[in-house]
Structures are given as C-alpha cells and as structure tokens.
Write a new protein. Sequence first.
Length: 198
Amino acid sequence: MPRFGLCFRTCLMAVLTSVAVAACATTQTTRTPLPPVPAIYERTTTVAFQRVPGLDCCSLEFPAAGWTTTPGQDLALVTLQHNQGQAHVTLEETELGVSLDPTEITTVFSNIEMDIIRERHPEASEFDSTIITDTTIPIVVTHYRQTDAGAREKVRQYSFPRGKKLYRLICTAAESTFLRYEQIFAHIAASFQAETET
C-alpha cells in the first residue's frame, strides 16, 4: 500500500510537471508581440517635406502641407507650426563658448540640458533623456511634460552640439496628440544639418 501511494504520488507529480511545462510553452508561443517603438530620429517618406527658407546657419525640413514657418526671436531662429495649432517646433541657437568633442556628449551633458530646462520651465516634470550615438556627433534627446494654459503638453527636445554652438530643436504637442506627430518630429530632427557639416 505505501508503495502504491509512492508510485501514485510520483506519477501525479510527473503529470503536473508536464502540464505546467506545456502551459508555459503555450503561453510563450501565443504571446502578443509588443508594438514597435516609434523612431525618435528617422526620415520618413509618408509625408512630403520641404526646406525651411531663410536659415543661414543650417538646413531643416518641415511638412510641405499644413504647416507654416515664423521667424524666431531672441534664441529662436524659426518656429514651425501646424496650421491648426496642434503642434509646433522651435529651433534655437546658443553659444557654448567651447567646442565639445563628441566623447564629451555624455550623461553629464544631458543632465545639464535637463537642468537648463528646469530653470526655464519650473513646472516641467517627468524628465527622461537618451543619447543617440549612431551619428557622427551624438545627439541628446530629452522628453518632459509641461502645462500650457491649463493643458498638458509633451515635449521632445533634440540637442545638437556643433562646434561652439548648440542647436536645440524643441518639439511640442498636446499630450493626447503627441503620438500623431512623432513621425514628423523624428523627420524634422533627422533633416537638421549645420552649415559647418555641409
């Protein structure tokens, strides 16, 4: 009798183990794939683009239809805006004072950029930063959220150190519609080229 009980218990454990393994295998093979992460720096052919006129320092593209350009003031060189005001992009230029080597564009640099944003926009929150390194000169990309006229906005800032100058491309849209403009923002950023690079 004890031998039968031992045999039964052993067989039961073997069956349960095989069921568990089968269940795990089934779970793995039927898992829904995650949606692709939208590119943050990439040209696209799904929208027609044209070159921003009047920029002497650099070249930049914006959508050929549905967007307008406005000359900038102070640090801003130009502002690109969706005709319905749902998104806008501002290109800024500032002096670094020194020329940065590509190896110096690290998390220290990205942290400084976040500190500058916090000084300019004390209400900004939910900061996240990444460095694009598969380019000749690394690009710092900073995401954050802010409130404008009571509405929540998501912002993506591209920082392009070029010689003794720093160009910031600031892309803004309502939090609820940001995803709709991500592809456009990514293309505008990928189209940026300083005059010294041409």
